[in-house]
Design a protein around this ligand. Structure first.
Ligand code: NDP
Length: 285
């Protein structure tokens, strides 16, 4: 019968942009979220040329893309091409997620929120009232400062290999709340209840030159890098007396869940996705 042919609607399109991007777990995570929530969408990896990120994103958007995740090295550029920046992206000075609405690009950063959600919801660790140390002063720490301060710890300190970088962050974020900044050797007020390794040292099989006095028997040591087995930081924390050491696999799934909820209006359950991702990871180092 004429005029009665029904076509299934085109699925909404999403992607992760990076260079390289083949390692990204985002397509698998979002496919699983879509299956679990019954959302119809398509999610792909796109390796953008290093000098063509903005053009690549706009082409994807013009072709019906609804949003994207952004990974290294494009997080700063992602913020720069946005028409509107949400507070966490603006504070971090970088975006890991974009939403396209009426031809406009809206930028958000869910890395820090994903980290705090993993610690509180999945690890059952309440940050309020605790002494927290963040190691590093790069994009991950910038994105974590506001979510950590919002979780009302007793105290936040930031220590970086290059102390000047930590001091610059303290000056740049002074309006958000009080936190201390230093190099690794001159961290004051140790030990800490929670020590987060947000340096990239574990990616290269290295240990940041931190003292053992940072840890006590009840310290949660958290490394943003993830894989099978212990990172050098996790091993050092445990041999220095920390009660527990975990990696960042939960963070990557939690930030993805925040992005999915922002795009689709439904928040997926993360527990089983974390478990299956964990099982498929390669050995660290
Ligand atoms: P950046 O490149 O912006 O910053 C790197 C930081 O690591 C700097 O503070 C640098 O210190 C420090 N660093 C590098 N090597 C060493 C070393 N050998 N010893 C001590 N410090 C070192 O990276 P990001 O902040 O974007 O990311 C940090 C890590 O977090 C990466 O490994 C990344 O993969 C991971 N990550 C994980 C996520 C997850 O979902 N699990 C999400 C986002 C990031 P200096 O200033 O002195 O050079």
């Amino acid at each position: 019968m004429k005029g009665r042919l029904a076509h299934a609607p085109e699925p909404d399109r999403y992607a992760v942009f990076g260079n390289p991007v083949a390692h990204s777990r985002s397509p698998g995570i979002h496919a699983e979220f879509a299956r679990m929530t019954g959302e119809t969408l398509e999610y792909q990896s796109i390796e953008s040329p290093l000098d063509g990120f903005a053009c690549c994103v706009r082409t994807f958007m013009a072709g019906g893309g609804r949003g994207c995740n952004v990974t290294t090295p494009f997080k700063l550029q992602a913020l720069a091409i946005a028409d509107e920046c949400r507070p966490h992206a603006a504070m971090a000075g970088a975006a890991n997620c974009l939403k396209f609405e009426d031809g406009r690009i809206i930028a958000e950063n869910f890395d820090g929120i994903g980290l705090v959600n993993d610690i509180r919801r999945n690890l059952g660790y309440e940050i309020a009232g605790r002494n927290v140390l963040l190691l590093g002063a790069g994009g991950a720490v910038r994105g974590a400062i506001l979510p950590f301060l919002e979780a009302r710890p007793a105290r936040v300190a930031i220590a970086n290999r290059c102390a000047d970088e930590a001091l610059s962050l303290k000056a740049a974020f002074a309006n958000l709340g009080a936190f201390e900044a230093s190099g690794f050797d001159d961290v004051e007020g140790a030990p800490f209840d929670l020590v987060v390794n947000a340096t990239s040292a574990s990616l290269f099989g290295q240990l940041p030159a931190i003292p053992a006095r940072l840890f006590h028997h009840d310290t949660l040591a958290y490394d943003l890098v993830y894989g099978k087995g212990l990172t050098p930081f996790m091993s050092f924390a445990l041999t220095s007396g920390a009660g527990r050491a975990v990696d960042g696999v939960g963070m990557v799934v939690e930030q993805a869940a925040e992005a999915f909820a922002w795009w689709r209006g439904v928040r997926p359950e993360t527990g089983t996705v974390i478990q299956s991702l964990q099982a498929s990871l390669p050995q660290i180092g």
